[in-house]
Design a protein around this ligand. Structure first.
Ligand SMILES: [Ca+2]
Ligand SMILES: [Ca+2]
Ligand SMILES: [Ca+2]
Length: 263
């Protein structure tokens, strides 16, 4: 007889999801009818240690084939490790001779998910090195299992991108709590829990207009909608804020400037 695992992919490894649908099946090859031959037991071993033996509700042999349906009664007995599965046959053939058949196959069971990965800003630049406000959007990912693949999302898990290496780069912007998410899938196909950013992350790659009290760092021919300097005043006597206030440009070609009303 032959013995084959089904619904476990092509890697000869059973992961958590696959264990829920895995089945065993085989073909009995003898000359003549096999109607009096039956499966006598199915044995699961780790090395020399017998982990589980199925002796009841065994599959019938129909048209020289048998199939063991998925059932937690036996799948729940299989835990992490390498298994040899042996199928034993018993009965008589058409010449009334005793038939014994046996075949085995090996399989790996890996239902252990990889650990939750971690991530941090590669460089939290600026005045504070722990405020999650930075000009460098590189995120470093760690705790990746060997052989695992990993994915990240920057919009709260709506879209996912396959990661490469151990980092990815955030575009300029503000990332709310839980917007950035990272998970990994081990070589067997088991999925880790997802790690999310616990605090807001701000990536600001734009240089400031004012680099000091006296210097303005500004692009020539910048867009006319750009605010170079936003002056605001309060009128403590009531009325409109601008009442009685004059704005002026000192020591410059004032003809190049105009004060326009905020609309
Ligand atoms: Ca598999
Ligand atoms: Ca694993
Ligand atoms: Ca910072």
């Amino acid at each position: 007889t032959s013995i084959t695992w089904n619904n476990i992919g092509t890697d000869n490894i059973i992961n958590t999801a696959e264990m829920a649908t895995a089945t065993l099946s085989g073909t009995v090859s003898v000359i003549g009818t096999v109607s009096s031959i039956s499966v006598s037991s199915i044995v699961f071993k780790q090395g020399d240690t017998t982990v589980h033996v199925i002796t009841t509700n065994l599959p019938a042999i129909v048209n020289n084939t048998w199939a063991l349906a998925n059932n937690s009664a036996w799948t729940s007995k299989l835990t992490q490790g390498d298994y040899t599965v042996t199928i034993n046959l018993a009965g008589k053939n058409s010449d009334n001779q005793d038939v014994t058949g046996v075949d085995s196959t090996t399989i790996k069971v890996d239902m252990a998910p990889p650990v939750q990965p971690t991530f941090i800003l590669a460089d939290d630049t600026g005045a504070l090195d722990d405020d999650k406000v930075t000009k460098i959007g590189t995120i470093t990912v760690a705790s990746l299992e060997e052989g695992a693949t990993w994915q990240y999302s920057t919009n709260g898990g709506t879209n996912w991108t396959n990661g490469t290496g151990t980092s990815f780069t955030l575009a300029e912007g503000t990332y709310a709590i839980n917007a950035i998410q990272v998970g990994q899938i081990d070589v067997s196909g088991n999925i880790s829990s997802v790690v999310k950013n616990a605090g807001t992350i701000v990536v600001d790659t734009s240089n400031p207009s004012f680099t000091s009290a006296t210097n303005v760092n500004f692009e020539i021919n910048a867009a006319i909608t750009t605010t170079v300097y936003d002056a605001q005043a309060s009128n403590l006597n009531g009325g409109n804020a601008d009442d009685g206030i004059t704005y002026s440009i000192k020591n410059a070609s004032t003809s190049k400037f105009a004060i326009t009303t905020d609309t």
